[in-house]
Structure formats: structure tokens, C-alpha cells
Design a protein around this ligand. Sequence first.
Ligand SMILES: [Ca+2]
Ligand SMILES: [Ca+2]
Ligand SMILES: [Ca+2]
Ligand SMILES: [Ca+2]
Length: 588
Amino acid sequence: MKKLLYPLVFTLIAFLFVYSCSTDEDDVPPPAAIVKKYTLAVTAGEGGTVSSSGGTYSQGTQVSITATPSSGFTFSQWSDGSTTNPITVTLNSNTNLSASFTAIINSYTLTVTAGEGGTVSTEGGTYDEGTEVTITASPAEGYEFVGWEGSDSDSNSFIITLNGNTNVQALFQKKRYSLIKSIIEGEADKVVTGFTFTGLIPFDDNNIFFNPTRFFTYPTYPMLHIKRDSLWKLHRVYDDMHFQVIRDYKKLDENNFVVADQGLEIGQEDRDAIVDLGILDMGETYHLNFENDVLTRNTLSSNRGFFHSIDAGDLNNDSKTDVISMYMALPEGIEDNNQGTKMYMYSESSNGNFEFTNTTNKIETLDWESTFSGAVLIDEFTGDNQLDLIKFSYKTPVGFETREEFLYSYELLSYNEESKKIESLHRKSRFEEYPSNFGIAWARADDIDIDGDKDLILHMERGSGIDKIQVWKNDGVGNFSFFQEVFNEFSDFNSRDFEVFDFDNDGDLDLFLQPFGNIKFPIKFSDYIYENKNGTFQKYSTDFEYDEEYINMYMLKFMVREGKPHFIGIEEAPEGQLKFYEFRLELN
Ligand SMILES: [Ca+2]
Ligand SMILES: [Ca+2]
Ligand SMILES: [Ca+2]
Ligand SMILES: [Ca+2]
């Protein structure tokens, strides 16, 4: 108890002492009041800044803060609800203050129109800045969407974000192609794939003859009649009419045509350097008649051989059609009279009866008969209105010896009234630009440069899929010189045969190189068309392609239907089935 009492007593005495002193000195001021401090924190929301981020201030201090909006924004309000700017804050407590800003919304006009040939999903309207509007263009029947005026989008449907007044127009054009797909079911032993590309004969608007026999491979297959109603349909299989390999054909009139059937490839069953004599199965020259929906066949040649090229015309001015069928050589040891290249001639017995007899004796025997030739052509080349005949030389094939002086040449023949024979007018050899070890295998004549004489387009081959297509120009009397190489071994697709047609409707003939063998998809038609520009062929300048549904296309064959260019495409399909595609081109 004693110990607790002492501090209390001491404190009491001290208090009395202090109190007595105060009462003795009246002017001493009271102790100063303690000044309070507060913090101010100022922040800016998105879209602006504030003049101060705050700090620590004495109680009652007034602080002025300015909120400054960024470009595209306005000041909205302070976090205390005030819209005064600048704002003055009196610090009587710790204070947080935030400025908020609002984006300025502009409104813009969108105008959407459709060019000829289609419609658009919206006409547009007035929208706040930044609004996203989806626009879709829809082509009318027979038209296709090609792009937008006012937008880089190449899709027919795209989203536009409005950041200004905007005009867009959907552009359409007449469709460059229309497609008819026909799936033809055939019996497995009548229809094969991997067929040759030369066995399809587009006979007329509604009839195609197709022999799907393969190169080098047994068995042979019958001729198929493929007929078009609204689709192409397998109309008839000619089981009694097989071909070895149709190499070339020539239409004589609306009912008659002749074909060169080469047989299997010079005994080269396996394409090595050794001629496989044992499997030789040679072809013939045939005349075919198609009347009353029935195809009939007559054999013109009397000896089976490697008939490789055919053409027809009245060569000796007697009004009876003459057919020249060119026969490539057989190796020694087969039949003596079948060796060497020979041209056979078959002539009508009377005008227009299409009954042919062998008239080969009307052709002068050439001193280079024993050399190889790959193609013949009949047309008027010399400016005398009398048909001429050209025989083109071929390279030296495997297993043969050829006289050098007859390589890389052509021979032009014409009818001689005195001798009554079709005689050589001249031979031209050794073209500088005639590439060594290439042979001419296919030829067509047309006036490429519109100067009144027929020029030549030539396919030449080295074998193993190495091909060239060259143009030779006529000097007016049948002397040809190299002009242009249109296609060569460096081109990135396979082509051997070609057709001419005025694709761009400007009066000159353009070129379609018929591609075959795993044609690239999408199918870029423009890769295969060469426009005639004042006599020079140039790749077609406007890209257009088929990309809708994958097709493993094997070949595209040109045909004119109803006056328009068409491509007949055949797809690689399971055995026993053919898929026919008809592309009608609209290039004007
Ligand atoms: Ca004749
Ligand atoms: Ca002539
Ligand atoms: Ca010409
Ligand atoms: Ca043209």
C-alpha cells in the first residue's frame, strides 16, 4: 500500500507548484495548436490527363486541378460528381479524385451500291464512328462477283469499320465460265482411267467419241459414244470397235471423219531403250461414218502400222477427197515393206461418196522415205489456190538409224498437172531454231499474222514428256521460218496438242494449249490460253480459274459448242466411271 501512494503524492505536489508559478506570470501565451495534414490523390481516366496528381496539404488548403481531354474526347465529370473544370478542392480530409472523359462520337454516312449484274445486302445509312457494318454482294444469274470499288477486300462479304464517310460499290462481271458436270457410269471393263489424251474426238455440239485405251498397255478398249442432252451421257459402247491408240483425226463433213490409229508405241512396251518386238500391235487408218445416231467404221489401210498423223483435202484437183495418212517406221526385221516412214493416200472413188481406195501411187516416192516423219498437213501454203502437203521430219528414235541430212527438215509437195503426181516442191533443212533431238509430232496451219498466208503451229517432242510448241511463219510461197516458241520443256504443265480460236473476239486466232496429266487445282484456264497480239502469242492477260470444288482433272480438251469455246474435262475417277466436265467460257 505504501509504495502505491508515493507517485500519487508526488504528482499532487508538482501540480500545486506549477499552478502557483502560473498565477505569478500573466503574459505567457498558451501552447500552439497542432496543424493537421491531408493527402490529395488525383487520377485521370482513359481519354485525358489532370494538371496535378495531388500531394500532401495542410488542412483547409485549396488546390485547383484542371482536367484536359485528349483529342477525340471531352471532359465528363469528376469522381465526386462535380462537372466543374478546373475544380478547386479544399483539403479537410484525405481525398481521392478522378477525372473521367468521354469519347466524342462522330457519325458518318455509308453508301453501298451494286454495279450491273448483282445486288448488295445493304444500301448503307448513317452510323456512329467505329460502327462495324457487314456488306455482302450477291451476283445475279450468269454473273460473278469481282471486287469492290472503294475497298481492297476481295471477298464478296466483308465488315467495314466506319471512320469517315464511305462509298463502296460491288463490281460484277458476266461469268467467265459456266460448268456442267456429268458423271458417266460405265462397265469396269469398258471404261478406264489413265487413258490417252488423243482418244477424245469432240465430233459436234452434242456428240463426242471417246476411246479410253491407254498408251503402251493392253487391253484395248471400245469406242464410246458420249451424247449430250442436258448432261453428257454414255450413250453407246461399240464393243466391236476397239482402237489401239487414236493419234489424230480429221473431220471430212458433218457425218464423216478419218482417224490415224497408231497401235501400241513402236513396240516400246516398257519405254526402255530396247524395242520389244514381241508385243507389237499396230494400228490402221480408218474412215468412220456417223449417221442416224450410229457409228460405222471402214478400214482404209491394208497393212497394219504406226499411223501417226492424218489430214484430208482434194490434192489433185479432181473434186474427190484425198486422205493422207502418215505412217512412222517399224524397226528392221518386222516386215520389209513396212519399214521407214510412208505417206499413204486414200481417195474417194467418186465425189462425196466417201468410198476410199488406196491411191498412194499418186505420191512421188521421196528419197527420204526411209527417214522418220511424225506429222503431215494439207493446206494451201504457196499462194496458187492449190492445196499443198507438208511432211514434217522427226528425230531419230531409239533403235533406228536416220540419215542426218533429212533430220530437222520439212518437205512441201504439190500436185503436178504434167506428171499427174504429188511431187516435192522443196525441202527445207536444218532450221537454226529446230532444236536438236526434237521431232515434230503434230502440226496445224492458220494465218496467225493475218497477212494472207497460212503459218504453222508445231508440236515437237523429245520424249518422256519433254515438249515444245513453236510457230513458224510463211513468206507467202511456202518457205517457213522460225518465229516464236510458245511453250517449252520449262513450262509448268504438260501439253502436246492445241487448238486455235478467237477467244478475245478481236478477229485473230488465239491459242489453247490442251493440258493433260494431273492438272493443277484450282484450274487456271488463263494459263493455257495464249492471246494473239499482232501475230505473236502471249499468255492470256486476265487470270481466271475454276476453284469451286476439287477436281483431279486429267485433261482438258477444247471444243466449240454452239459457237462458243468450251473445254471438256475428264477427271481421274475410279475404274468404271468417267466424270465429264463441260466448261463454257465467256471471255468477251
Ligand atoms: Ca482428189
Ligand atoms: Ca499451193
Ligand atoms: Ca500468215
Ligand atoms: Ca483473238
